[in-house]
Design a protein around this ligand. Structure first.
Ligand code: GDP
Ligand code: IMO
Ligand code: MG
Length: 417
């Protein structure tokens, strides 16, 4: 009865979607446990390229069940667009998508409120994805959010929706035209919620049934551990908990069922949005990485900030997640660099992910680069000596075995050691 949890070990975009799709070959179900449509998970399979936001990456494989946990947040309009986009590409979700009935919904007013609050936060602008994630979680913990199962009772649902519409109008002091637009978005939200309620499910029970039959469940994380509201670079974080422990809460299973925690680690570091980034390369080398790795956000299209691998942070995130193995991704992007650097500590032995994280000054170890094109390589022994040395150094610095290496965006571009 195995559960494998897949988590990102940096600030997101580590290649989780690609690896989940690769691993899903052996899975019965893939269940997303964190975040909402702020995520962008790219999967290249079935001859096509898919950018998934809230739908689990496993759905691209037609025989896999996709589930979405209660600690995710959902914009019903956006998820319907995603479902339709998959259908247009020949992938139907009918009968194999299960969304927790307890999931909290993103009312259209939340996105306007979020936009406004980013303007107000002069000194600590987060640079959110604008998907209304923060306001949805805020209302969940304020205990007056709208959940999918509220649709069952028309009076309750209508009064909740009205409350949040009125709150947005008064908070934002909207004018006539904006109020009209909001009312029309709310009508669309109600219609979409009715439609998406067809996928409503007791996800915990469904997972338990898969496990009872001996099937593999992959719990798919979103974002990265450094965006986790507890363990990440607070306050420059998201609001959904994205470390491995959150999988149990969101999907409703106990920790004893977890057999593997697979940490996805990019061979260098990227970050979208604001916040500290000790190994950032705001120079030609960073630009070279961005170009080689096509580092532009899947959800917002923003250029990703790029830098060297931070081994200290990876060691920390591997610990808080309890990683049993690591997949090192995008190694092929580092081809053609004369030298590579990995941060192995900070000056003065300091370490924090709190508000003074920006003061950390990295100490680097330097490694030889390689020139051979390794894209799509599937054999460890075919990697250039310098690339193998780099992988072995990562393993040593992080303190967890690197059992697989991703060498390209394609489903099968993986080396297993
Ligand atoms: P996620 O959010 O963690 O799922 O990652 P994203 O999909 O946002 O970003 C990872 C990007 O790298 C996507 O464009 C993937 O197609 C691509 N990718 C994933 N693994 C590899 C790899 O090993 N090599 C290369 N070159 N691209 C990869
Ligand atoms: P995946 O799953 C990279 C970042 C945003 C912003 C901060 C808060 O593709 O790895 P939010 O809209 O969540 O309130 O924004 O978090 N962020 C991500 N960065 N990858 C993601 O997801 C992200 N999801 C949120 O850029 O800095
Ligand atoms: Mg992404």
């Amino acid at each position: 009865m195995p559960v494998s949890i897949v988590v990102g070990l940096q600030w997101g975009d580590e290649g989780k979607g690609k690896m989940v799709d690769h691993l899903a070959e052996k899975a019965v179900a893939v269940a997303r446990f964190s975040g909402g449509a702020n995520a962008g998970h790219t999967v290249e399979g079935e001859g096509k390229r898919f950018a998934l936001h809230l739908l689990p990456s496993g759905l691209v494989r037609k025989d896999v069940i996709g589930m979405i946990g209660s600690a995710c947040v959902m914009d019903p309009v956006t998820i319907l667009e995603e479902i339709r986009s998959l259908e247009e590409n020949g992938i139907s979700t009918k009968g194999r998508l299960k969304i927790s009935s307890k999931i909290n919904l993103t009312h259209p007013g939340y996105k306007c409120i979020e936009k406004q609050s980013e303007v107000n936060l002069a000194s600590e602008k987060i640079g959110t994805t604008g998907r209304g994630i923060g306001p949805t979680y805020e209302r969940k913990f304020r205990r007056n959010a709208i959940r999918l199962d509220d649709i069952i009772n028309k009076t309750t649902f209508t009064s909740l929706v009205d409350f949040h519409t009125k709150e947005a109008i008064s908070t934002l002091n909207l004018g006539y035209a904006e109020v009209e637009k909001l009312h029309s978005d709310v009508a669309e939200f109600i219609e979409a919620t009715r439609e998406v309620a067809g996928y409503s499910d007791d996800v915990s029970l469904s997972i338990s049934r898969v496990l009872d039959r001996g099937g593999l469940v992959i719990a798919e994380g979103a974002q990265g551990s450094l965006l986790d509201p507890d363990h990440g670079s607070y306050p420059f974080v998201t609001c959904g908990q994205c470390v491995s422990g959150a999988a149990c809460t969101s999907l409703g299973f106990g920790p004893a069922l977890v057999t593997d925690v697979i940490g996805i680690l990019k061979a260098y570091t990227t970050r979208v949005g604001s916040g500290p980034f000790p190994t950032e390369l705001d120079n030609e080398t960073g630009e070279k990485i961005r170009r080689a790795g096509h580092e532009f956000g899947t959800t917002t299209g923003r250029p990703r900030r790029c830098g060297w691998l931070d081994g200290m942070l990876a060691r920390y995130t591997a610990r808080i997640n309890g990683c049993t193995s690591i997949t090192l991704t995008l190694l092929d992007v580092l081809t053609g660099f004369e030298e590579l650097q990995i941060c192995t500590g900070y000056k003065g032995g300091k370490f924090t992910t709190g508000r003074s994280m920006g003061e950390l000054v990295p100490v680097y170890e330097t490694f030889s680069g390689w020139t051979e094109d390794i894209r799509g390589e599937t054999k460890w022994e075919n990697l250039p000596e310098a690339a193998r040395a780099y992988v072995l150094a990562v393993e040593k610095i992080v303190g967890v075995s690197v059992t697989s290496i991703s060498t390209g965006p394609g489903r099968d571009d993986v080396i297993w050691r």
